[in-house]
Write a protein that binds this ligand. Sequence first.
Ligand code: URA
Length: 260
Amino acid sequence: MSLSREQMLAEMGISPIWVLRDVAPPASAIESSPQMEAEAVTPPQVAEVPSAPVPAQTPPPRSTAAAVDTLDWPALARQVAECRACSLCEQRKQAVLGVGDTNPEWLFIGEGPGAEEDVKGEPFVGQAGKLLDNMLASLDIARGNRVYIANAVKCRPPGNRTPEAAEIAACWPYLERQIALLKPKVIVLLGKAAVHAVLHDDKSLASLRGKRFELAGIPVVVTYHPAYLLRNLPDKAKAWEDLLFARRTLREQMAPELPF
Ligand code: URA
């Protein structure tokens, strides 16, 4: 069943419909609420862009890194499927490379496959995935259309535990190669594991939200993981702010001369 935009935003925990300040809406489309007014005067803060990511705390195994950085998509998919660079390979049903448009504007990066993803071989197919799909729909994008979805680690951590630093580091060359092949216009990091993988940062998500980071010239923004949002419904409004910030960042990246 397909949801209307209003239903999607309701699913995100945000209604009535919000209208971006940078898009001239028909007067009839705007319904005001105290929450919206607060949003209108406090845009997410844009912070300094670190010029280069801090080096990984735990360097990836040389064998993984050296072999990956020239691979094309089929070779990368093969290597990920056969990867034994860390112990996560021992209990996986299959490695989950990613899904979507391989010429995307958006790249969303999560943590790692859960039980359902391990079976299906596709990221975000469970409950968190449904919320992610609704988050995408609220931005007028969909899995496979202008967006690619990947994870910090490609194999399911047993019991759905958080991946360890060494596992994230072992998988980083694959994610790094995906980013190089995809060349997205914006990267959205969903939760701490993705932040750890891409920004090599352990700070709280609260302190990283609303800031524009950069990886190889690509803007990177941070928001909450959908699974966290399912447990912390009030923070969906903050995630929506982050998505709007990401969309502004994307537009600036695509047409820097236009005022957004
Ligand atoms: N959570 C993630 O971070 N990734 C998935 O693929 C599924 C759930």
